[in-house]
Design a protein around this ligand. Structure first.
Ligand SMILES: Nc1ncnc2c1ncn2[C@@H]1O[C@H](COP(=O)(O)OP(=O)(O)OP(=O)(O)O)[C@@H](O)[C@H]1O
Length: 595
């Protein structure tokens, strides 16, 4: 009956529902009560009319009417509890699924994010889970209740008067057929509505992200026109489905009225012949709505449940997506002991890497060694592989060839947590949260207190400008640090790296130009780091790297030169060439930009 039903999905879903099974069972227990009271109502109607009102007997009538009120109240309570407890079970289950899924997403490898647009992952956690909640949980709940109620009601009607019931049943097949036809139309309309909405939302997201560019280039009208196209498509699909909905509603109302007419026509003749009692006739008329409305909703519920299978499928894909550390043979904490307490050395031995199996090699046989207290600068033209080296050290990508040894231990056999506490990264494209400056430096870690945050800021010469901002360290940032200058953003990123306490600083120096005062602070901060710390830097300015112990010159993923500033100048090779390109091969060229 339900195409594409996969019991596996449901079983996995039910695993999550296990902790809430008591609520689920209470909800299910309400079902017999709801059905029993639903059936008692027509039965009592017949008793009241035939045994009391028709024969003018009033003794005991108040008791029956009281019973009827009681039945209605119990039916109402049973129905409410059924929905309440089962929905509650569903909501808690979905909450758990959402949290587990989010935790999983955070642990997915970078390659997943490279090949999956953000919007897709976002819709898994939002619209897909909503679809399960709305279409599956609600669809199944109402379908099960309606189905059992309708069948029970028809059995009762058959038991009371099978001929009258046959009149009702003959109307069933054409009603089901017409409903199915209209539902099919509705389904395709819903699909168009959803895809129009998804396209419109995607476009909206893109526009909001790029709103500054839109305003800068005066592209508002064009963007508005395109958005209007998407929104109109959505509106038209909605209007059409509205029309079919209205038709379906009228058909069912019309069929119910016609059936009631037929029952009155046939039944009243039988009442005159005393073959059917008046009570039975009234009870039948009374029940028509209860039979036809679920019939109207039935095909819709099936469609909703089918829709939810697509969502189950999507969510299941995320559950099947291998995690970063799945299948890797990691060294346990006990075996590791103290070997990673302090940084001693990092060595690349013949490391080659490409971003995908069918992608070109980005690093080829790269070898170098960085010892504690030393500085390594990575230099090379754009796309030569500098950032890739930092990404491999940060374990953002893991499937390298060759060997990367951290304190002599293969990096791929270490968990991110064990390896990365030794490193702090100062990124070019730093992300600042919509929180205070203090939060952004300490990243909300409870073991970093306010004094340590200030100390880190002082160390990188950021304290001065932070003090002058309104609210100082408590100033709230917004829009990824939109209320700070590019240079200030860099300094906060430096303070963040220092506050995180990594023993090796990985610096990806920004190329963006900033005002000369801030530039000066940035250069002083970098010089201080180069003097005090172990550093691996992608540096663009000669002033940054000339005092490094080792400069690694990369060209198309290969190390073409290696040595200190003087040695490389003496070689008069690529490094010297890069300096010449930067127009100032001279030692005095403090502001020379290398790439
Ligand atoms: N996520 C990725 N997927 C596929 N290829 C990538 C990815 N990131 C980088 N590359 C490719 O790898 C090569 C090296 O890139 P990388 O970012 O390491 O260069 P870079 O030397 O740091 O350049 P720049 O100085 O411009 O930042 C480039 O050809 C780039 O196109």
């Amino acid at each position: 009956m339900i195409k594409g039903l996969d019991i596996g999905y449901i079983r996995r879903f039910l695993q999550f529902a296990k902790p809430y099974k008591t609520w689920g069972l209470i909800g299910v227990a309400m079902l017999p009560l709801s059905i029993a009271t639903n059936l008692l109502f027509p039965w009592l109607t017949i008793q009241i009319i035939d045994d009391y009102l028709s024969v003018g007997e009033y003794d005991g009538l108040p008791l029956l009417i009281g019973l009827m009120v009681g039945v209605v109240v119990v039916n109402y309570i049973a129905d409410s509890c059924y929905s309440y407890f089962l929905r509650k079970t569903g909501q808690f289950t979905l909450f758990d699924i959402r949290m587990v899924l989010f935790g999983r997403i955070l642990k997915l490898p970078r390659t997943y994010f490279d090949r999956t647009p953000t919007g897709v992952t976002l819709s898994r956690l939002t619209s897909d889970l909503e679809a399960i909640s709305d279409s599956f949980v609600m669809g199944v709940l109402s379908m099960v209740r309606d189905l059992i109620n309708t069948i029970a009601l028809i059995i009762l009607m058959l038991a009371i008067d099978w001929k009258l019931t046959l009149i009702v049943l003959t109307v069933f097949p054409p009603v089901l057929y017409i409903t199915k036809l209209i539902r099919n139309k509705l389904r395709s309309m819903y699909q168009i509505t959803r895809s129009a909405l998804a396209k419109g939302t995607g476009y909206l997201q893109e526009c909001l992200l790029g709103v500054k560019t839109v305003q800068l280039y005066g592209a508002e009208e064009e963007v508005e026109r395109r958005y209007a196209d998407y929104t109109q498509e959505f509106l038209h699909a909605q209007l059409k489905s509205n029309k079919y909905d209205a038709v379906l509603f009228s058909v069912i109302t019309g069929v119910t009225t016609i059936t009631i007419g037929l029952i009155i026509w046939y039944g009243s003749g039988k009442v005159v012949q005393e073959a059917v009692t008046l009570g039975v006739l009234i009870a039948f008329i009374n029940n028509m709505e209860k039979v036809f409305v679920p019939l109207r909703d039935f095909t819709g519920q099936i469609a909703a449940i089918q829709r939810s299978f697509a969502a189950f499928d999507h969510i299941d894909e995320l559950f099947q997506e291998p995690l970063e550390e799945d299948g890797r043979n990691l060294i346990g904490k006990n075996d590791l002991g103290d070997r990673l307490r302090t940084f001693e050395s990092l060595e690349f031995r013949d490391v080659s890497f490409r971003y995908a199996d069918d992608a070109p090699w980005v690093l080829r046989n790269v070898s170098f060694k960085l010892d504690k207290g030393h500085q390594l600068a990575l230099v090379g033209t754009t796309g030569s592989g500098k950032s890739t080296i930092l990404r491999l050290i940060s374990k953002v990508y893991q499937d390298y060839e060759g060997s990367i040894l951290l304190n002599g231990i293969e990096l791929s056999s270490l968990s991110i947590e064990d390896a990365m506490h030794l490193f702090s990264l100062m990124q070019q494209d730093v992300y600042l949260f919509d929180e205070s400056i203090a939060f952004n430096i300490g990243l909300g870690k409870p073991d970093i207190d306010r004094e340590q945050i200030r100390e880190a800021a002082r160390y990188v010469y950021a304290d001065g400008f932070i003090q002058t901002l309104p609210g100082g360290y408590d100033m709230e940032l917004d829009g990824n640090g939109g209320n700070l200058s590019a240079g200030q953003t860099q300094l906060i990123s430096f303070a963040r790296a220092v506050a995180q306490g990594g023993q090796v600083i990985m610096l990806d120096e920004a190329t963006s130009s900033v005002d000369s005062v801030t530039e000066n602070l940035i250069q002083r901060a970098i010089s201080r780091l180069f003097k005090d710390r172990t550093v691996i830097a992608i540096a663009h300015r000669l002033s940054t790297i000339r005092h490094s112990d080792t400069i690694l010159v990369l060209d198309q993923g290969r190390v073409v030169e290696q040595g200190n500033h003087e040695q490389l100048l003496a070689q008069n090779g690529v490094y010297a060439g890069l300096l010449q390109q930067a127009d100032d091969p001279d030692e005095a060229g403090e502001e020379v930009v290398l790439s």
